[in-house]
Design a protein around this ligand. Structure first.
Ligand SMILES: Cc1ncc(COP(=O)(O)O)c(C=O)c1O
Ligand SMILES: N[C@@H](CCOP(=O)(O)O)C(=O)O
Length: 477
């Protein structure tokens, strides 16, 4: 399996190279040269596997430069009941992503049972182990420069803390994460973890990360790598749980199932798109947004117009406060026939602060051929959804999953099973849960008093040159 760039300017590379490489040298995103296709008999065989074997069967199709036995060992070490132990039913922890039935035909797939209580742990724990393995094989080190709106940061830091040959420089929007998210990251005292609070939103942080990656000399000198869903390794690990969720709810392998995905940077639902391209019988992929509804606008009008600072809002599903969705680039690459030059032209418009509108034919194909739909939520919707799910089903969901619930309700069709992906646990968003339900959410015992721990972080302006000075200043010491 080889990987190319969405913008057409990268010689084909192997998995381990793009794992360490982050952004492609032409500013695009690495993507598989083609998607492996599974037939019904293969799907039926996969439906019998546990999470670890399924992950090996799926990820193994994308990774052919790590010996199979080593890849299997890394996957087996990652997906254990001990790592993913924070779910509603501890007896089902070994399922890794258990599903909860709300009612006939409506399910939640738990993806947030890992160490930092968000779906990011699903891929990030594996990424940490893959980095360690590949770096040791090559005798190299890596300096990760990442951006977070609240969950990628902690997931990456928990996965990389103390890892030999790895430094993490993580940018987050100053003052905009929940107190729990902030404490999860800023309380880490490991020498290889560096938290940088940026004055701005997540989009500014991600732009800084991309600017650093686009400086080839800096990137080479300081061995810069990525943990955001820029990194293909993140996305491919997320493909697995679509298969697992599908097999858990489908009465027969082959029947169509819809997935509803709380979305921001488009990494999660991009993984669903890839699972669908591989032949998993997903009928619709429903993209749920909050008030930062640039993706909802895209799927309803075909116009992709990322917003500036003045039209980005601080919401009660803060991890989705994103208006420039990095991974949309991978989907649009597929949609427009994998034409790198055409994609590069579209993204020149995006990078210039303008945007683009799809042709009528591509807009129609996005719905008819690729099955995308979308919906957006407000704060009031979110609160109402949290209350409704608790009252009707006795289940507590976090504000992001609540955005998914509203979108799922809007697009549900009788006779088709719907799976809502749970992207975080309520414990991370205490104030909103308190407002909705009148009591604070439960939190795991090992995270009691998290906000009282001493915190360590630096503040930077949203300026890529300042970030380069910061990183170089530390690494050149
Ligand atoms: C809790 C939560 N929900 C949803 C999202 C959106 O996921 P994606 O960026 O993959 O679209 C994020 C962050 O990205 C998140 O942290
Ligand atoms: N919501 C994310 C934003 C970054 O997304 P990623 O999947 O590209 O890492 C976060 O919590 O940081």
């Amino acid at each position: 399996m080889h990987y190319i760039s969405t913008r057409g300017g990268m010689a084909p590379q192997r998995f381990s190279d793009i794992l360490l490489g982050g952004l492609a040298p032409d500013g695009g995103l690495a993507i598989a040269e083609s998607y492996p296709r599974l037939d019904l008999a293969e799907l039926q065989a996969l439906s019998q596997l546990d999470y670890r074997d399924l992950a090996f069967a799926i990820i193994g199709r994308f990774v052919d430069d790590i010996p199979a036995a080593d890849l299997k060992a890394l996957i087996d070490r990652t997906y254990t009941a001990d790592v993913y132990r924070h779910g509603r039913d501890p007896a089902r922890a070994d399922q890794i992503t258990p599903v909860v039935k709300l009612e006939d035909g409506l399910y939640i797939e738990e993806l947030s049972n890992g160490p930092t209580l968000a779906f990011k742990d699903m891929a990030m724990q594996l990424l940490g182990n893959l980095f360690e393995y590949v770096l040791a094989q090559r005798g190299e080190a890596i300096n990760i420069v990442g951006a977070t709106s609240g969950d990628t940061g902690s997931a990456a830091e928990y996965a990389m803390r103390g890892k030999h040959g790895v430094n993490v420089f993580m940018l987050s929007p100053h003052g905009k994460m929940s107190p729990f998210q902030r404490a999860q990251m800023f309380s880490l005292q490991d020498a290889n973890i560096h938290n940088i609070a940026v004055t701005g939103f997540f989009d500014a942080c991600q732009d800084m990360v991309k600017a650093v990656n686009n400086d080839a000399a800096f990137k080479a000198r300081y061995k810069v790598g990525a943990v955001n869903s820029i990194n293909w390794g993140r996305v491919v690990a997320q493909v697995v749980y679509y298969f697992k969720g599908y097999f858990a709810v489908a009465k027969t392998v082959g029947e169509p199932v819809d997935f509803c995905v709380p979305s921001g940077n488009f990494g999660n639902v991009c993984a669903g798109h890839i699972a669908r391209q591989m032949g998993l019988p997903i009928r619709r992929l429903i993209v749920a947004t909050n008030e930062n509804d640039v993706l909802d606008e895209f799927f309803k009008t075909g116009g992709y117009f990322p917003r500036g600072l003045e039209r980005t809002y601080e919401t009660s599903s803060p991890s989705m406060d994103i208006t420039k969705a990095s991974n949309l680039e991978r989907f649009v690459f597929d949609l427009i026939g994998r034409d790198g030059a055409k994609l590069a032209a579209l993204w020149r418009e995006v990078d210039a602060g303008r945007g683009f509108k799809l042709s009528d034919a591509d807009f129609a194909r996005m719905h008819d051929e690729y099955g995308f739909r979308s919906e957006k939520s407000s704060h009031a919707d979110r609160i109402a959804s949290i209350r409704e799910v608790k009252a009707r089903y006795g289940v507590e969901i976090d504000p992001h999953t609540a955005d998914g619930y509203l979108a799922a309700k809007a697009h549900r069709e009788s006779g088709v099973t719907m799976v809502i992906l749970e992207t975080a646990l309520p414990a991370k968003f205490e104030a909103t849960m308190q407002e909705a339900l009148g009591s604070p959410p439960q939190r795991p015992h090992d995270l009691a008093g998290l906000e009282d721990l001493p915190q360590r972080f630096d503040v930077l302006e949203a300026d890529a040159e300042a970030l380069k000075r910061y990183v170089a200043g530390y690494l050149d010491r």
